[in-house]
Design a binder for this molecule. Structure first.
Ligand code: NAD
Ligand code: ZN
Length: 350
């Protein structure tokens, strides 16, 4: 292994530079990883374009990237769960492991979470990166490193579907057919949903949803009346959906998530939009529609990996573009272009 550790660093708005950084030594409970694949997430693009997401502000140069996989090249002295040469998916958030939330198994809520590429924490779009061994998941031979990187958004989908309590015969509505909505669709089907209807503003994304197994799709326009979309959703689902997942974050869709869900059903909110939105809260209250938030994932990586290893779902069609680490700037240009054919852009680090 040479000393080449080419690294993608976000310096500020629309300013990503490729520079060499030192290869770090793994601590006793860590492994050094030769990075393989890093997917570009909407949040990475958001930091690039706006320099912040809410209160998380890029104040000093930050290494970008968090949807990732690689090959273990060095072990810290206490590491027993991995070997050199293991191909792993990297769960990018390392929690404290001792607080109330961590002990309850809801470690995504840990206040001391260290999460890749959430400022000020560095991400892992580089040739070599060290990570806590217990947050690395060995990939079986039939799961590729690119799929390993997709475990990150897939775990969001798994967490959302678990929070929705999707099961046999669930009728599910998904709002938004970006990577998160599409992956939630795959998981909902794998969990037994009998019918999944998905909406988006983009016909090409809906076409992909159809290929991935959506039972029906609904193209919406921003100017469509709420009552019109609601009527179409109920026609396409066949009745009011039991579970709705908002994977878009627009106020109009969050409102629909509540209004469309049947009385006693669950509306899960994954999409992140404006910090405050106007919603029909009384409607949810009198119909006992549970509104549940989703923040990333907790104990979902293994389940997401299991779905891939047992070939219950195929996430590969989501990867529409591939770039080398050297071409990171171009990769981000593609990701933020909004071109109809772009879904998931994957960067290959070695
Ligand atoms: P994305 O932007 O690729 O997908 C969003 C989709 O929603 C797009 O296809 C877009 O066309 C569609 N859309 C936008 N406005 C719409 C509208 N008014 N009506 C219908 N469709 C509309 O993003 P993604 O990567 O799939 O992520 C989806 C959302 O989930 C984002 O808001 C993201 O920030 C959020 N997210 C949340 C978590 C979490 O932990 N809660 C994790 C990952 C992503
Ligand atoms: Zn904790």
């Amino acid at each position: 292994m040479a000393n080449d550790n080419l690294t993608a660093i976000l310096y500020g708005i629309n300013d990503i530079r490729l520079e060499q950084t030192p290869i770090e030594e793994p601590d006793q409970d860590e492994v050094l990883i030769q990075m393989a694949c890093v997917g570009i997430c909407g949040s990475d693009v958001h930091y690039l374009v706006n320099g912040r997401i809410g209160d998380f502000v890029v104040r000093k140069p930050m290494i970008i990237g968090h949807e990732s996989s690689g090959v273990v090249v060095k072990l810290g002295k206490n590491v027993k769960n991995l070997k050199v040469g293991d191909r792993v998916a990297i769960e990018p958030g390392v929690s404290c492991r001792t607080c109330k939330f961590c002990k309850e198994g809801r470690y995504n809520l840990c206040k001391d979470m260290i999460f890749c590429a959430t400022p000020p924490v560095h991400g892992n779009l580089r040739r070599f990166y060290k990570h806590a061994a217990d947050f690395c998941f060995k990939l079986p031979d039939n799961v590729t490193l690119a799929e390993g990187a997709l475990l990150e958004p897939l775990s969001v989908g798994v967490h959302a579907c678990k929070r929705a309590n999707i099961g046999i015969s669930s009728k599910v509505l998904i709002l938004g057919a970006g990577p998160i909505g599409l992956l939630s669709l795959l998981v909902a089907k794998a969990m037994g949903a009998s019918r999944v209807v998905i909406t988006d503003l983009s016909q090409s994304r809906l076409d992909l949803a159809k290929k991935l197994g959506a039972d029906a799709t609904l193209l919406v326009k921003k100017e469509d009346a709420e009552s019109h979309i609601l009527k179409r959703i109920i026609e396409l689902v066949g009745e009011e959906p039991d579970k709705t997942i908002d994977a878009c974050g627009a106020q109009s869709m969050i409102r629909l998530a509540i209004l469309a869900t049947r009385s006693g059903g669950v509306a899960v909110l994954v999409g992140m939009g404006a910090p405050e939105v106007q919603i029909p809260l009384m409607n949810a209250l009198v119909r006992e529609v549970d509104i549940r938030g989703v923040f990333r994932y907790a104990n979902d990586y293994a389940d997401a990996l299991n779905l891939l290893a047992t070939e219950k779902i195929d996430v590969k069609p989501l990867i529409t573009h591939n770039y080398k680490l050297e071409d990171t700037v171009q990769a981000f240009e593609t990701s933020k272009s909004g071109q109809a054919d772009v879904v998931k852009v994957m960067i290959h680090c070695n």
